[in-house]
Design a protein. Structure first.
Length: 248
């Protein structure tokens, strides 16, 4: 992503962004099982197939965002910095999983989610004074306060972000801070070694992939680019059709 002073922008169409989040609301609920599921038959094969599709998704996201112009003011530039960190964490998770370093991969799920929330809040909600405080690392709001503010904005009212936090925050924290969900997966019979279920790995990949696609739509908002937003909606449709089993 590159910055450019684009000057005055036209009214942004929020409706595709809302449809994007509604389309995956059920899909993203897989996180309520994060760290507490049993693998299905062929889970290992499914994980390897998902890794291949994840690499393809990474290429698509990179192609869509490379060279994308955004306004150079702090209101857009700083949030997109957050999104860039999230995308880097996502790539790191994929690389760690490929190297069977599952504990380290799982520990990055919370930073992915938390940094994404901060970016959304800065883009959609933060006042000038709050932005200045953020730039000095002095924001006092907790994560739920940021989410509550975001979900009052157009395109976020469906409560997806709150849903994720309510069902997955404790597992995320446990994996990041060395709680039992993390440590309990270091035992394999009489050996101390990684013992992560393939189904759990699939959930992590699905989660960070969905966030990656969300970021394309959010950069589209920052850039006032409805064509990019339409590409994000299409990308999500393709991904959910091929990778995520929707719950009724």
């Amino acid at each position: 992503m590159v910055n450019d002073n684009l000057g005055e922008i036209t009214r942004y169409d929020h409706r595709p962004a809302a449809r994007l989040r509604v389309a995956v609301f059920v899909s993203i609920r897989f996180v309520n099982k994060l760290g507490a599921i049993h693998s299905a038959n062929q889970a290992g094969a499914n994980m390897n197939e998902l890794l291949k599709k994840t690499k393809s998704l990474t290429e698509s996201i990179d192609d869509l965002l490379h060279g994308q112009q955004i306004p150079s003011d702090e209101k857009c530039f700083v949030p997109c910095g957050c999104f860039d960190v999230v995308l880097e964490h996502r790539k790191a998770i994929v690389n760690l999983i490929e190297g069977s370093l599952f504990g380290s991969a799982f520990s990055l799920v919370r930073p992915v989610y938390e940094t994404y929330i901060r970016g959304l809040w800065l883009l959609n909600c933060a006042s000038e004074s709050e932005m200045r405080r953020f730039l000095r690392d002095r924001i006092k709001k907790d994560l739920q306060q940021l989410i509550d503010a975001i979900e009052k904005c157009k395109g976020y009212e469906e409560g997806v972000l709150s849903e994720v936090k309510s069902v997955a925050w404790n597992p995320m924290c446990s994996y990041t801070h060395g709680g039992w969900r993390q440590i309990g997966r270091r035992f394999n019979g009489s050996y101390i070694e990684p013992n992560y279920d393939s189904g759990e790995v699939i959930e992590v990949l699905n989660f960070v992939n969905v966030i990656g696609i969300f970021i394309v739509s959010d950069v589209a908002r920052a850039a006032n680019n409805n064509q990019l937003l339409s590409s994000a909606v299409m990308l999500m449709s393709q991904y959910t059709d091929s990778n995520i089993s929707l719950e009724s």
